[in-house]
Design a binder for this molecule. Structure first.
Ligand code: MSP
Length: 506
């Protein structure tokens, strides 16, 4: 199977915060899972650089826009590295290859008769980079940003979105899993059913952006330019290859709920007009709130992912982000919660289990484990986990997948308490029982490391190394009894050493 996953491309008018890291972390976990399944994957992320708000920030700082984006993009390239997201290509919409494909794309919709010239007279919110109607506003202000939109009047090029209403409804009816979760599908579908208005695909009077091929005095509306990144990147990510042949339309777009309309309505319509297939699936996730509040500069609760990774490490931040909030819903996370999960779940439940298991194998069996009498309960548990994970990831239910794996963590901890290997070790007549328990703990942890590897990609190989097992995280390794007789297991160092909770991380 081919699996092409995208994150939204991030605006470079400011620096990354933990909310952006959230999307990137989720995307990386999905791709790692699909790799485990043996899928051929491609993971795209990058930056949205042609926005008016980017141009304005550069102007405010007295910088040439290109110099500004070249500088700030470095911070955005650090973001995936910081959270261990292994992307295949980082697109910048200032890339020449992107400009070329956007212009070709626009020319196709123009040639198909879906473009006409008209006067746009109305409102525009530069923060959203979106044309607004009076109905979108609350007390005359943008509902999202609380700022007054600008009134503009300019002659623009319009896209006949209205002509695609029926086709989009057909698409939604034929493909009930086109957009997930279901309530987001319903939201998108009812927006379409409510009637679609044509929208402007160009902006006048801005010297920054991608010129309209047939009217170079205008630049492409930034959202149209940005959406096309999902297609353009494939055309030039690998020199001499057009990956569109391989990965389009196997595209899976991950996005936050604030950009649903662009992705679930405008994007498929633009693709249909240009003669491309629509993506395979879109998943719309909710907001990560911090202490019940939206993350925003004006609220002063913007958390730099770097600060958290510095203290807790990237695996803990990934774990916390995906475990605290049911993926797809809005949800609350807190820095206290991060500390607490680090100590209780990662430190005690998982870390201690690895320390205890390896220490007991070292102490009671001189570092050796070997298969004995099979444990049917553990076997059923691991077989069940392997099957459940596939369903969970197919439904993009990352939080559910993590919980399924954690059930095995809890089972293994209960198994240690129930069998009390330290008692068995005192009684020579129970040597076979002790062998079996230590093997089950070792083998269970090995399988668990594989199951957890999309979430904690640094810790998983450490667990496998502590058990002297190869770093092989293919999904079918989540199965009982695959640990051969192994020697040389030593008491492992703590995986999640104690840290002091920073007092003012925010
Ligand atoms: N540039 C556009 C996307 C173009 S894609 C063709 C954009 N950029 S953004 O930087 O503002 O946001 C990028 C993504 O980050 C969005 O999916 C948004 O939902 C996500 N998030 C930003 N803050 C977030 C949270 N606090 N919580 C969850 N996701 C958040 O929109």
């Amino acid at each position: 199977m081919r699996y092409y996953l995208t994150t939204p491309i991030y605006y470079v008018n400011s620096s990354p915060h933990i909310g952006h890291a959230y999307t990137t972390i989720a995307a990386d976990a999905l791709v790692r899972h699909h790799k485990q399944r043996g899928d051929e994957t491609f993971f795209l992320t990058g930056t949205d650089e042609n926005a008016s708000k980017v141009y304005r920030v550069a102007e405010e700082r007295g910088l040439d826009p290109k110099a500004y984006v070249d500088e700030i993009v470095e911070q955005w390239k650090e973001l995936p590295k910081l959270v261990d997201a292994e992307y295949d290509f980082f697109i910048r919409t200032s890339d020449e290859g992107h400009h070329r494909v956007v212009q070709e794309f626009l020319q196709r919709i123009y040639d198909n008769g879906d473009i006409y010239q008209d006067v746009y007279s109305g409102l525009y919110c530069v923060q959203c980079e979106e044309f607004k109607s009076e109905a979108d506003l609350v007390d005359g202000l943008c509902a999202e940003h609380g700022v007054a939109p600008e009134r503009i009047e300019e002659t623009n090029w319009f896209f006949r979105l209205s002509a695609y209403q029926e086709k989009l409804l057909e698409l939604y009816d034929q493909r009930p899993d086109f957009v997930l979760p279901r309530f987001r599908y319903n939201e998108a579908r009812s927006f379409i059913a409510g009637g679609l208005e044509d929208f402007s695909v160009s902006r006048a009077g801005q010297p920054w952006g991608i010129p309209i091929p047939w009217d170079p005095d205008q630049v492409t509306y930034v959202w149209v330019d940005a959406l096309i990144n999902y297609l353009s990147a494939l055309s030039y990510a690998r020199e001499g290859e057009d990956l569109r042949e391989k990965f389009w339309p196997h595209a899976h777009h991950l996005l936050g709920k604030d950009i649903l309309r662009f992705h679930c309505v405008y994007w498929p319509a633009l693709l249909l007009s240009a003669g491309f297939e629509v993506p395979q699936q879109l998943f719309v996730h909710g907001w990560l709130l911090l202490d019940d509040r939206k993350i925003s500069k004006s609220l002063g609760n913007v958390v730099d992912p770097l600060d958290l990774v510095d203290v807790y490490g990237s695996d803990a931040v990934r774990f916390w982000a995906l475990r605290s909030v049911s993926f797809g819903q809005d949800g609350n996370a807190s820095l206290d919660g991060l500390h607490e999960r680090y100590e209780r779940e990662l430190g005690n439940d998982l870390g201690n289990l690895v320390s205890r298991t390896t220490a007991m194998i070292a102490r009671y069996r001189d570092g050796r484990i070997a298969p004995g009498e099979p444990n049917d309960e553990l076997k059923a548990l691991l077989d069940g986990l392997r099957v459940k994970l596939v369903d969970r990831f197919d439904a993009w239910d990352l939080t559910g997948a993590l919980e399924d794996a954690w059930e095995v963590v809890r089972w293994l901890n209960r198994h240690v308490e129930a069998t009390a290997p330290w008692q068995l070790a005192k009684d020579d007549t129970r040597a076979a029982e002790l062998d079996a328990v230590l093997y089950d703990l070792g083998d269970g942890l090995r399988a668990l490391a594989v199951a957890l590897s999309p979430f904690v990609p640094r810790t998983a190989p450490q667990i496998l190394a502590a058990l002297r097992q190869p770093v092989d995280v293919r999904l079918d390794r989540i199965s009982y009894g695959l640990t051969p007789a192994s020697d040389g297991i030593e008491a492992a160092a703590p995986l999640f050493p104690r840290v002091d909770q920073p007092t003012a991380a925010a």
